[in-house]
Design a protein. Structure first.
Ligand code: ZN
Ligand code: ZN
Length: 260
């Protein structure tokens, strides 16, 4: 599987050294008529109509959550009869509802890794495409998209906020406002991957703060993050937003694990 970086995308666009002579001329002429980009997974050229950034085969391999979901957090469920996942059965969330697009398994796991850690920013746009589609299908009506913020230390080491890029693309596509810097993370919680829900909860208490409450007062918010795990992060963001006067808070994420 070929990994695309801005460098090799550029080479690929120029023919990658494989095409020459007449093929290159035909290819260039076709590119003028049908501008093409390349599939984020397999690198094959895409027709202009392939808006998502994935070819048909790779698109079909993406682990969309298509079956029954938890009515609160949107995690996949075995049967519709369950209505709530075990977590939502025992926890009162601070947001109204959540929806993740994918299950956090391959190839989405690899895509998220390339996006977050290899800084393949172009993936943000392709991944946000599916979030925008799900938002449109959700029936939610939010006025403002807000990304889950990173602490400034984390922002320094990672170089960008993965949730902000997703929120910006989505907001642009869905024609809603995107506000960055209103919800801030004032406590550096470090990595939470190995912590239980209770430990995360403890770690995150008062970690988020709204600096300009007037910007969100009375507004319904679409909170954006890449991965939904226990919901502790978005719960604490939702509490901070609501304490500052926000109306409903909906949580849209790229992917989640199973909880069955
Ligand atoms: Zn492909
Ligand atoms: Zn749930």
């Amino acid at each position: 599987m070929r990994k695309l970086t801005p460098d090799n995308m550029d080479r690929a666009h120029k023919g990658g050294g494989r095409k020459n002579g007449i093929n290159l001329i035909i290819s260039a002429a076709l590119d003028l008529i049908y501008p093409r980009v390349y599939c984020e997974l397999c690198g094959s050229p895409l027709e202009k109509s392939a808006h998502s950034g994935f070819c048909g085969t790779c698109h079909a391999s993406l682990p969309f959550i298509a079956g029954p979901r938890c009515h609160k957090c949107g995690k996949p469920l075995k049967t519709e009869a369950d209505r709530l996942c075990p977590d939502c059965f025992s926890i009162e969330h601070a947001f109204e509802a959540g929806l993740p697009v994918f299950e956090y398994i391959e190839p989405v796991r690899g895509l998220v890794h390339r996006y977050k850690y290899d800084r393949e920013y172009h993936l943000g746009r392709s991944l946000a495409y599916f979030m925008a589609e799900l938002y449109r299908a959700s029936g939610w009506k939010a006025q403002i998209a807000i990304p889950v913020p990173l602490h400034k230390n984390k922002l320094k080491t990672r170089g960008f906020n993965q949730a902000l890029l997703l929120a910006e693309y989505l907001a642009h596509k869905c024609r809603i406002a995107c506000l960055d810097g209103v919800l801030v993370r004032r406590v550096d919680t470090g990595t939470q991957t190995r912590l239980s829900r209770r430990e995360r909860e403890e770690n995150l208490r008062d970690a988020f703060h709204v600096v300009k409450p007037s910007k969100i007062a009375g507004k319904d918010i679409l909170l954006i993050d890449d991965i939904y795990t226990t919901g502790a992060t978005v719960d604490n963001c939702s509490k901070a937003l609501k304490n500052a006067g926000a109306g409903a808070v909906y949580v849209l994420t790229l992917a989640t694990g199973r909880n069955i």
